[in-house]
Design a protein around this ligand. Sequence first.
Ligand SMILES: *[C@@H]1O[C@H](CO)[C@@H](O)[C@H](O)[C@H]1NC(C)=O
Ligand SMILES: *[C@@H]1O[C@H](CO)[C@@H](O)[C@H](O)[C@H]1NC(C)=O
Ligand SMILES: *[C@@H]1O[C@H](CO)[C@@H](O)[C@H](O)[C@H]1NC(C)=O
Ligand SMILES: *[C@@H]1O[C@H](CO)[C@@H](O)[C@H](O)[C@H]1NC(C)=O
Ligand SMILES: *[C@@H]1O[C@H](CO)[C@@H](O)[C@H](O)[C@H]1NC(C)=O
Length: 411
Amino acid sequence: MRLLLSLGLLLPLLFLSGSVQVSGGHNITEILAEHPEFSTFNHYLTATHLAGEINRRKTITVLAVSNAGMAPLLAKHLNVYALKNALSLHVLVDYFGAQKLHQLNGGTAASSSLFQATGAAPGTTGFVNITNHRAGRVSFAADSAPANFVKSIKEISYDLAIIQISSALSSPEAEAPTPAPAQVNLTTLMAKKGCKTFADLLVATGDAENTFESNVGGGLTVFCPIDQTMKAFMPKFKNLTADGKLSVLLYHGIPVYNSIQMLKSSNGVVNTLATDGTAKNYNFTVQNDGEVVTLKTPVMLAKITGTLIDEDPLAVYTIDAVLEPRELFKPEKAKVPAPAPAPTAKAEAPTKSRKRHHASPPAPTGPEEAPADNQKAANDESAAGGRARAGPWVAAAAAATALAVAAVVVA
Ligand SMILES: *[C@@H]1O[C@H](CO)[C@@H](O)[C@H](O)[C@H]1NC(C)=O
Ligand SMILES: *[C@@H]1O[C@H](CO)[C@@H](O)[C@H](O)[C@H]1NC(C)=O
Ligand SMILES: *[C@@H]1O[C@H](CO)[C@@H](O)[C@H](O)[C@H]1NC(C)=O
Ligand SMILES: *[C@@H]1O[C@H](CO)[C@@H](O)[C@H](O)[C@H]1NC(C)=O
Ligand SMILES: *[C@@H]1O[C@H](CO)[C@@H](O)[C@H](O)[C@H]1NC(C)=O
């Protein structure tokens, strides 16, 4: 009991904090921020999304270059993707603290870099050769002039080493003109993988598609409701104003990249593409319960059911319910006024079936439902009359249950 109580106190605090934890336990951006002489290098780690990649990994070495050392690399005016490749050479997927570097077995080592690890490097051009020369000089070479070890900046034993090297590494392969990584067409991808209804709406609604596409570069996470769910939602969607429609669609994207691991390790309120910066509205809460990640608004709860793509800077997940912002929808209870004459059957109708009942055009109940007729029916045959009145509700409830069961089976 006491445990439950304290959990109850703790959970809201967790949700309030809203911080995104780092899975590798380190934040390269914050560490380098303490060393202004690496601000340029640090800036480009963020701009190329390598910072996130570094933070997610363990057992890693970052070869940092001073602002002056970055100048020759920047003077080449590489596009952001080629620059990313070149900077990827500065991230070794192994731990090389100063001590290990100066005690290299046999004096040399070839380490795989992120350029190699991400599969972007042709052949073995993503390897960096490390050589421990006589007199304690240690050099690093990609396919170009080597750079020397200068000093250790920070070492977290066997997790993260950040060391300074004398100049930027590069190679013709890393600098090769690089197109944007297989330009994913968001809507095509979603349409192919079970979110066609949502994708079609993005294309058809104002500049929804443009807003999503133009956010990919800076990091984007999309939650797309699977077709079944989206189709069932269409009557409600059509009911919205043009502005409301756009807002609901934009509500399904958040303007930062979140891997599934990041979502699993974070609880908190997130802003969406529909959020107005000053009002901070159109937000929702990411919650996780073990392996399950849920998205919660004051109106409903959705569960992440699958991943369509998860490649920094873009992640697209499927969800099992359409996200309804509080700005446009009311919680079920507030929305359904209790009907005045409330026979037990009605009062006990589960919320879900009420919702379905509202969402689908009600079966024609006809004028025979008028109180006078009803009264007459009740007089004639009270039990049957009662059932006739409850009829449409019961039928709708049964249909809704059948739908719900079907949805679960298919999902
Ligand atoms: C790392 O730190 C920077 C600067 O404080 C912050 O903007 C960023 O969100 C942090 N990254 C993570 C994954 O926490
Ligand atoms: C790295 O070392 C290997 C073997 O020692 C050598 O074949 C390769 O050419 C070297 N690469 C560079 C870029 O120095
Ligand atoms: C994605 O594909 C759709 C349909 O083929 C097209 O209308 C849209 O312009 C494409 N978007 C981008 C950004 O290429
Ligand atoms: C459409 O809007 C009207 C008026 O707000 C409401 O009564 C009706 O239930 C809505 N229909 C759906 C399907 O949400
Ligand atoms: C979430 O949105 C509501 C308005 O709907 C706003 O009052 C609230 O401050 C927002 N919360 C955060 C954490 O931004």
